[in-house]
Design a protein around this ligand. Structure first.
Ligand code: ADE
Length: 355
């Protein structure tokens, strides 16, 4: 075991990436980084991290911020309930802990949106507490090190991984241990073609020893994704357009989008058939263009069509949650990832300037 750590520390000391959240033991900053890193890769996460910390430098500023400002900073990361939960957690810390981060694992784990992984990451990185932080990277490393045969998504796997890591966990360097395991998974122990020749602990790795790294981690077959067909109406009329707010529950909760028509199958409808019910005078709208995207979510594939319709005479039938706004206001409201993709590609400002 001593050899394992000698080699691990040496490698981590020489090869660890220099990441902004590794230079701090501030639990708030560590928390922010971990929540962002659940949503995106390190390269992209760094900008989000700096932006978030710059805008909301501490628990109090996050607790008092307007929700839309937080969602705007979060835009592009997806899964907006994480951002909302962060504010709920910040408010709870204001009320219950005088605006400080709690210092016990059990209290950290009770914060809204903080699961066992994030709680262990904060507890170890900020306070040096010996809790193993088991994310996807670490699962892969452990599955290979110990050749674990349980499917990586199963509770049995998690139990085994936690028990093994807990046993390995050095009393004094909990933070470095968790960071080093994450780093191994992120840089060398990759899903395909792991760089075992550079791995400091390859000689103690059961999968490497038996030439079976490609068999670990064991995975269960995935369920097929549901297909959905979304038709979005970007109706432009007299410098204005319409956006609707999504319900507070479910996917993209509380975010804005163009009025949308959703089908579970491709019916091949025309824009007039799709949006006919929404207009007073649909025949007068001109389709300026149509943009298509395929958007992959964990359990569904969305085939999206954005219809840009223009007419100075067209008016939309008022719908619940549907607001008429000036075109320039589109950028001020938080939109979901698919909308964001469209607005970026389309560069809608060009179209307003032309009119
Ligand atoms: N992914 C999740 N947490 C991380 C961390 N602290 N450093 C690098 N990648 C991570």
């Amino acid at each position: 075991m001593q050899r394992f750590f000698q080699r691990l520390w040496k490698w981590y000391g020489n090869h660890a990436r220099n990441l902004p959240w590794r230079d701090t033991s501030n639990p708030y900053q560590i928390w922010v980084s971990e929540v962002i890193l659940q949503q995106t890769r390190v390269a992209q996460g760094i900008d989000y991290y700096h932006n978030f910390i710059f805008t909301f430098p501490d628990i109090a500023s996050l607790a008092h911020a307007p929700e839309e400002k937080i969602l705007k900073i979060w835009q592009g990361l997806g899964y907006y309930s994480r951002a909302r939960n962060m504010q709920a957690a910040a408010r709870l810390m204001m009320d219950k802990y005088g605006g400080n981060f709690p210092v016990r694992y059990s209290e950290i784990a009770e914060l809204p949106g903080v699961g066992p992984y994030t709680a262990a990451a904060i507890a170890s990185f900020a306070f040096g507490l010996p809790y193993p932080a088991v994310d996807g990277n670490v699962k892969r490393v452990v599955a290979r090190l110990f050749a674990l045969h349980e499917p990586v998504q199963s509770a049995a796997f998690m139990q085994q991984a936690l028990a093994l890591l807990q046993e390995l966990m050095p009393g004094k360097r909990a933070a470095d241990f968790n960071q080093a395991m994450i780093e191994l998974g992120a840089t060398l122990c990759s899903p395909r073609n792991p760089a075992c020749d550079q791995c400091p602990v390859a000689e103690m790795c059961e999968a490497h020893r038996t030439g079976t790294t490609d068999r670990f981690p064991v995975t269960r077959p995935k369920k097929a994704a549901v297909k959905r067909y979304h038709d979005y109406l970007f109706l432009e009329s007299k410098g204005e357009t319409w956006l609707q707010k999504r319900p507070e529950m479910g996917i993209w909760a509380g975010l804005y989008e163009f009025p949308v028509h959703i089908l579970e199958y491709d019916a091949g409808l025309s824009p007039l058939e799709i949006f006919g019910n929404w207009f007073y005078n649909p025949g007068e709208a001109v389709v300026a263009d149509r943009t298509e995207f395929t958007h992959l979510l964990t359990h569904q594939t969305i085939f999206a069509r954005f219809w840009h319709l223009c007419s100075d005479r067209t008016n939309i039938v008022e719908q619940k949650n549907c607001t008429r706004i000036a075109m320039e206001e589109i950028e001020t409201l938080p939109v979901h990832r698919l909308m964001h993709k469209y607005l970026e590609k389309k560069d809608w400002r060009d179209s307003t300037e032309k009119q």
